[in-house]
Design a protein around this ligand. Structure first.
Ligand code: MLT
Length: 253
């Protein structure tokens, strides 16, 4: 069973389950979930092998989605908004493919729906090797320069570094392989009946606003751009991201 935090009132308002990105943990959602928890139930989950959740030798994005469903069932939640940041977005898209009937809404934050290119897949293999050989600290140093808006305060920079450094190296390597092997989820979005909302940091250097807008267009969903945020919008502007999520979820209550 995955570790998770369960915040906010157990009222009739649509609950939200939030998934972190790579190589992160539910800590990246802590402030945004606290803010969202003033309005509705918000769960933040450590995916398999991340944060306080135990690892496995190998897993796929579908395995992660199935484990998230167990969290929802354990919490007694059968209809909810599922939201994912970057890699958490890929897991959310995998969940949407497997269990669309559970979803009141799908929230995609600083993420994309397309599969990796051949060059991208080679990059994943190289990164998995680096993680196995040199550990998470090297991966954190490699990733850090692209993660935040140029204006991110030192406190946020330090928080991000410490979350990335804490990610176990075997999990980093396994995640690279799982992300490498993910399918193109774009056709699912085009065909979905689930309401979709996309949130993107204005300075996201990994999945820039152009990609977020394309996602929203493909899904005929809504789009919110977060000023003064990069690829880690929930960490950088937690209140603004929580407000966007709450506005989306309010329409589904
Ligand atoms: C993330 O933040 O989760 C990663 O950028 C996802 C990826 O590497 O594709």
């Amino acid at each position: 069973m995955l570790s998770f935090d369960d915040l906010g009132p157990k009222s009739s308002a649509t609950p939200v389950i939030l998934l972190h990105g790579f190589p992160l943990s539910r800590a990246v959602w802590a402030d945004a979930a606290a803010s969202l928890g003033k309005h509705r139930r918000a769960l933040t989950v450590d995916l398999i092998g991340f944060g306080q959740s135990a690892g496995r030798d190998a897993w796929t994005l579908d395995d992660q989605a199935r484990a998230v469903r167990e969290v929802a069932l354990q919490a007694g939640i059968t209809r909810f908004v599922l939201g994912g940041l970057s890699m958490g977005g890929y897991v959310s898209l995998a969940y949407h493919r497997l269990f669309p009937q559970d979803l009141a809404g799908l929230l995609l934050v600083d993420t994309k729906s397309v599969a990796d290119t051949e060059e991208g897949k080679e990059g994943r293999n190289r990164m998995a090797d680096v993680a196995r050989r040199e550990g998470s600290a090297t991966i954190a140093k490699l990733m850090f320069p692209k993660m935040l808006a140029p204006t991110a305060p030192q406190r946020v920079q330090d928080q991000l570094m410490s979350i990335m450094n804490a990610c176990p190296a075997p999990t980093v390597a396994t995640a690279c392989i799982a992300m490498r092997d993910r399918p193109d989820f774009t056709p699912d979005l085009a065909a979905t009946k689930v309401p979709v909302h996309v949130v993107t940091g204005r300075h996201d250097a990994i999945t820039p606003p152009e990609i977020g807008k394309q996602l929203a267009q493909a899904a005929k969903g809504g789009y919110t751009e977060i000023a003064d945020a990069g690829h880690m919008a929930p960490l950088e502007r937690p209140d603004a991201v929580a407000a966007a999520i709450n506005a989306f979820a309010s329409k589904l209550d």
